[in-house]
Design a protein around this ligand. Structure first.
Ligand code: C2E
Ligand code: MG
Ligand code: MG
Length: 711
């Protein structure tokens, strides 16, 4: 072998080894099989192994041999080459895959030999199998993903980095029915939006399409949080978009139509409730809460120089209308007044109904006293016009209290207007009154006095003074009346006229009555201990107190005391109206063995009907009537006479108060009074003066002379 042939042989070996392709040949004449080195390596046999054709074929597994033999036969007959990939058993038993190519070589039309290549392709087949498996797995995963996306309760869409649709589910397309034709893989987001805009897919874009498109694209490119979107047919979506690390954009759409509608209904209900909470249903004006809110908002929004007017209006004669004509008539009046108020004020003024027949108007700034008074007069004038109800005139009226001030003072102004209203009512109704410095001073004085009174009650500065009473027939001492006095540490002894009205106003009257009562009982006991016979001790209690404050709690039973106890009642209640309560209170007094005396009869306080209803033991003629009899014996005198006669008929005894002269005493005795009380006998005395007086005066005998000292 020359060197050239050797080099060529070496090259062939190298190629064969590196490519893994071996060669083989069969001499058809001799049936000799020749294998190259590489072919032997693939078969796993040594250089000495020389197989027969059959042995060579037997390296293939049985099921593959047929393929090989048929290919050889075909090649011998037709000359067509073969190539197949088949499993193969190496000599050592391991199974591999081989690619075998071959063909018959003809000479003069006769097949002389078979020749081919042989290659171990196990690694290729394995890789191919792996690839197939991977592809199958990928397909399965894809299908699974599809099914998952389809099964999502939400609409899903995926845009690639070019903002083109890559994936979407049926729900997504169904949701955007007007844009459905544009939604397809590969379509850009913008093209879908534009198609939607042309087909009225987005109601919120109507009339501002380009602007809306810009905003939507911006949110899509830089998604932050979620977007709500309205679709035709009152449909509502919530859009969640996220840009993935890959640059793709994932979008979910949640149908929140139901939720949005529920929220809207709830919000509407909340507004309605809120309105109802601040609206008076009868007049549709604001209520007290609305007034508070209005005041609060004015305090926040107005400047210090703004002055507001506050009108507090209360209807006159409203209650009787309600009582006589019924609630429907009352409601009718309230609605009419509301209408009057609406017509009397400016558009931005505020009106509220703050109580049964009470209204408050806040007149917006700037407003001064004259402006507010003008509005009040207009309202009062309108309210003086009778209204017709079922063919009958309803006569009512209005009183108005006014206060003027800045928004910061509005809460206090409500109170001030209320005080001014009280003043307006007291000065004759159908009037208005503007709260002023003088009224404030009076209110403050009253406040000081009532504070002082609280302290006085605690310190027991309220005591009884005692005015003796005498039998008319012989002027014998027959009892006394306890009258309240305030032993003021600075102002000296104060009369009830100074402090009782305020005590009544601030609810202290009952405590005062109790103090005087206790003082009187102690005084009666002190007289008894001193050996002075006091047949009767009378205290003053007004009927209202008796009924309301359950005085029975502190009124003792008569049998505990060595003298009679009488209660002088001043009528401050409508006996007819509150008959049940009054009867109950009077019966309670009687049960305790207390005598009942009606005070100030003839003054206008006490009525004849009350005499019949209460059936007192005694009436006390008002001193005004007694004094009037002096100068008008024919008028007042006759009246006293008839009262006395009537009382006589009813078995009621009569005391005359205010007896200042002997003429008074004689006249009242002649007219039929059996008991006399007045300065002629004695002024009201302090307890110590009374004890001295009772010791010095010979009161056990009916002797008027020693008692004629004028205190
Ligand atoms: P009243 O019960 O009718 O008492 C008679 C008033 O006439 C007393 O006035 C008495 O001082 C006065 N008076 C007596 N004699 C004469 C007289 O000859 N001439 C004149 N001009 N006046 C005479 P006072 O003490 O100022 O009491 C006024 C009213 O205050 C009482 O009228 C009574 O309604 C009420 N009051 C007094 N003390 C109490 C009390 O403890 N409780 C209650 N609820 N009311 C009382
Ligand atoms: Mg009295
Ligand atoms: Mg009296």
């Amino acid at each position: 072998m020359n060197s050239n042939v050797r080099a060529l042989h070496k090259l062939r070996m190298w190629i064969s080894e590196r490519s893994g392709v071996g060669g083989w040949q069969v001499n058809l004449e001799t049936q000799q099989v020749t294998w190259t080195e590489e072919t032997r390596k693939i078969h796993g046999v040594g250089p000495d192994f020389v197989p027969s054709v059959e042995e060579a074929i037997n390296f293939y597994p049985e099921e593959a041999r047929g393929t090989v033999t048929s290919a050889i036969e075909e090649a011998l007959q037709t000359g067509s080459p073969w190539e197949f990939e088949l499993p193969f058993n190496r000599a050592c038993g391991t199974q591999i895959w081989v690619r075998a190519k071959g063909e018959a070589i003809f000479e003069d039309g006769v097949p002389r030999q078979l020749m081919g290549t042989f290659q171990d392709i196990t690694h290729i087949v394995r890789r191919r199998e792996e690839l197939e498996q991977a592809q199958k797995a990928a397909q399965t995963a894809k299908e699974r993903l599809w099914r998952a996306i389809e099964a999502l309760p939400e609409a899903f869409v995926l845009y690639d980095t070019d903002d083109k649709v890559a994936l979407f589910n049926t729900r997504y397309r169904a949701l955007y029915a007007h844009s459905a034709r544009a939604i397809k893989t590969g379509a850009t987001f913008e093209s879908i939006l534009r198609y939607g805009l042309d087909n009225r897919q987005y109601p919120e874009a109507f009339g501002r399409e380009e602007e809306w498109l810009e905003e939507r694209l911006e949110r899509h490119r830089n998604p932050v949080g979620q977007i709500t979107q309205e679709l035709p047919g009152d449909k509502h979506l919530q859009i969640h978009e996220v840009i993935l690390p890959s640059g793709d954009t994932v979008g979910f759409r949640v149908d929140v139509t139901q939720l949005t509608r529920q929220q809207r209904e709830l919000a509407e209900k909340a507004v309605a409730l809120e309105e109802a909470a601040v609206t008076d249903p009868l007049t549709e004006l604001g209520n007290r809460r609305a007034l508070d809110m209005h005041v609060r908002s004015l305090r926040h929004t107005s400047v210090a120089t703004d002055t507001f007017g506050l009108l507090h209006l209360d209807l006159d004669r409203f209650k009787p209308i309600n009582d006589v004509f019924g609630h429907a008539a009352g409601d009718f009046i309230l609605r009419q007044v509301a209408e009057t108020l609406r017509r009397s004020v400016k558009h931005n003024d505020f009106i509220a109904r703050v109580g049964g027949d009470e209204f408050v108007v806040v007149l917006g700034a700037p407003c001064n006293e004259e402006d507010a008074s003008r509005v009040a007069q207009r309202i009062i004038k309108t309210c003086q016009q009778p209204l017709e109800w079922e063919g009958k005139p309803l006569l009512y009226g209005a009183s108005v209290g006014i206060s003027i001030g800045p928004a910061s003072q509005l809460p206090a102004m409500i109170n001030d207007a209320d005080i001014a209203l009280y003043e307006a009512k007291n000065s004759g109704r159908n009037r208005h009154f503007v709260f002023n410095a003088d009224l404030r001073r009076r209110v403050e004085d009253k406040k000081r006095l009532s504070d002082d009174l609280f302290r006085a009650i605690e310190q027991k500065e309220i005591v009884g003074f005692y005015q003796p009473q005498f039998r008319a027939s012989d002027h014998a001492f027959c009892g006394m009346e306890a009258l309240a006095r305030w032993e003021h540490p600075e102002d000296g002894t104060l009369s009830p006229g100074v402090f009782l009205p305020i005590a009544d106003e601030v609810g202290l009257l009952s405590q005062i009555d109790k103090l005087v009562f206790e003082h009187a009982v102690e005084t009666g006991m002190a007289l008894a201990e001193q050996g002075t016979m006091c047949p009767k001790m009378a205290v003053n209690i007004d009927l209202k107190q008796l009924v309301q404050s359950k005085s029975e709690i502190w009124l003792p039973r008569k049998e505990d005391l060595p003298f009679s106890l009488a209660i002088e009642i001043l009528e401050t209640l409508d006996v007819d109206r509150d008959l049940e309560l009054v009867s109950w209170a009077i019966d309670d007094l009687r049960e305790r063995g207390l005598l009942i005396e009606v005070d100030d009869f003839g003054s206008g306080h006490a009525s004849l009907t009350s005499l019949l209803k209460i059936k007192p033991d005694r009436v006390k003629l008002d001193l005004g009537l007694v004094h009037a009899s002096r100068i008008d014996p024919q008028g007042a005198g006759k009246m006293v006479k008839s009262i006395c006669n009537m009382c006589l008929d009813l078995g009621i005894k009569v005391t005359a108060e205010g007896i200042e002269t002997e003429l008074d005493a004689d006249a009242m005795t002649d007219l039929g009074c059996d008991t006399l009380q007045g300065y002629m006998f004695s002024k009201p005395l302090s307890r110590s003066d009374l004890l001295v007086w009772s010791r010095t005066a010979n009161i056990s005998e009916a002797a008027p002379t020693p008692l004629l000292k004028r205190a």
